[in-house]
Design a protein around this ligand. Structure first.
Ligand SMILES: NC(=O)c1ccc[n+]([C@@H]2O[C@H](COP(=O)([O-])OP(=O)(O)OC[C@H]3O[C@@H](n4cnc5c(N)ncnc54)[C@H](OP(=O)(O)O)[C@@H]3O)[C@@H](O)[C@H]2O)c1
Length: 336
């Protein structure tokens, strides 16, 4: 170990399933890194909608994952387990974790630790892993978005959406988004979206048809689900792909399968958290190679809406549930 690590730490616990008030700071043993893992002194932790789902009791941690919420962190490696190459003690890293981020220390698989991009703070770096891994694997791997194609992102002002807009533009796509207010639509345009549709005032199927001269879009990144599915099928071009990443309007829908045949469509989706470390490591490898240079040049950046101290995790969740935010919310006791 390169620095003294206390036996216990402060960590945010979900005391029972419920509202934001069930998040309380408690005392926990500092976790020990196992084989292939490192222990990180956390300086900042990103807040994600799946943490809210976990707090509500609707998204339990996968087997073996800590019950402490938090899927992404930035900090300093302070200890390593056996066979944990790549991130020696003293390295400043950001990491994707399967839980445990809302704490002073957190264990992470070594292959899921990436260097803090040059020029970025720990708070900015903590806001990267969950959305960048998710967008990469869904938009580019599963959705096969290519340069010159078009992407429709539902929820363009979300943490996921602000990442998807920037990455899709950086890789040469035309990007359309939906969002729930004019302020959010403007923020998406400012990030590079070619058009933003306020879904409360406008029908996105009609607008996409107008914007694409009735061709439709090549890929849709959908976090809404429910009755959006038949409408998404209408908004897709021939050979189009829908990538489902959440179901905010519910998991069930009645639909006509015919467009899938007529337009040769692909309906796919994924969840990140339960995937194996080896699968996530492949995503980490692609990000390091293709996206880290964009982060280091400033072409792409995490959009931080607000930071809260760890002890105010419940306020961070209240803000997320109010949906007033644009981009990411981060917990850090070290300020900006
Ligand atoms: N599958 C995976 O691996 C994975 C990983 C991470 C996150 N996710 C999911 O991705 C989503 C975004 O996560 P996040 O952390 O970025 O959360 P977030 O910032 O809280 O975003 C949620 C977004 O959904 C938007 N929204 C809700 N109903 C909508 C509708 N009918 N049309 C368009 N937008 C709508 C909200 O915008 P308005 O308030 O303007 O409607 C808000 O921007 C969440 O549902 C989360 O569970 C999935």
């Amino acid at each position: 170990m390169s620095e003294h690590v206390a036996a216990t730490m402060r960590a945010v616990e979900i005391t029972e399933a419920g509202g934001p008030e069930v998040l309380r700071v408690g005392e926990r043993p500092v976790p020990e890194p196992g084989t292939g893992e490192v222990l990180i002194r956390v300086s900042a932790a990103g807040v994600n909608r799946p943490d809210v789902m976990q707090r509500l009791g609707l998204y339990p941690p996968p087997p073996g994952a800590p019950d402490i919420p938090g899927l992404e962190i930035a900090g300093t490696v302070v200890a390593t387990g056996a066979d944990a190459g790549g991130a020696p003690p003293g390295s400043a890293v950001c990491a994707l974790v399967a839980g445990g981020g809302y704490a002073e220390y957190c264990v992470a698989p070594a292959p899921l630790c990436l260097p803090i991009p040059e020029g970025l703070s720990h708070v900015q770096a903590a806001a990267i892993p969950e959305t960048f891994f998710t967008v990469w694997t869904n938009v580019f791997d599963r959705g096969r978005l290519a340069s010159g194609e078009s992407l429709l992102v539902h929820g363009g002002s979300s943490g996921i959406g602000t990442t998807a807009i920037q990455l899709a533009k950086a890789f040469g796509a035309t990007v359309y988004v939906t969002a729930g207010s004019e302020e959010k639509c403007q923020a998406c345009r400012d990030l590079g979206a070619d058009a933003a549709i306020n879904y409360r005032d406008e029908d996105f199927v009609e607008r996409v048809s107008e914007l694409t001269n009735e061709r439709g879009v090549d890929v849709i990144l959908d976090m809404v689900g429910g009755d959006y599915l038949p409408r998404n099928l209408k908004a897709l071009a021939v050979e189009g792909r829908i990538v489902q990443i959440a179901l905010q309007r519910g998991p069930k829908v009645e639909m006509n399968l015919l467009p899938i045949m007529l337009k040769r469509l692909t309906l796919t989706g994924s969840t990140l958290r339960p995937r194996t470390v080896a699968q996530k490591a492949m995503i980490a490898h692609s990000l390091r190679e293709k996206v880290w240079p964009l982060l280091e040049s400033g072409q792409v950046r995490p959009i931080i809406h607000a930071t809260f101290p760890l002890a105010q995790a419940s306020d961070a969740h209240r803000l997320m549930e109010s949906s007033q935010h644009i981009g990411k919310i981060v917990l850090s006791d070290e300020g900006e």
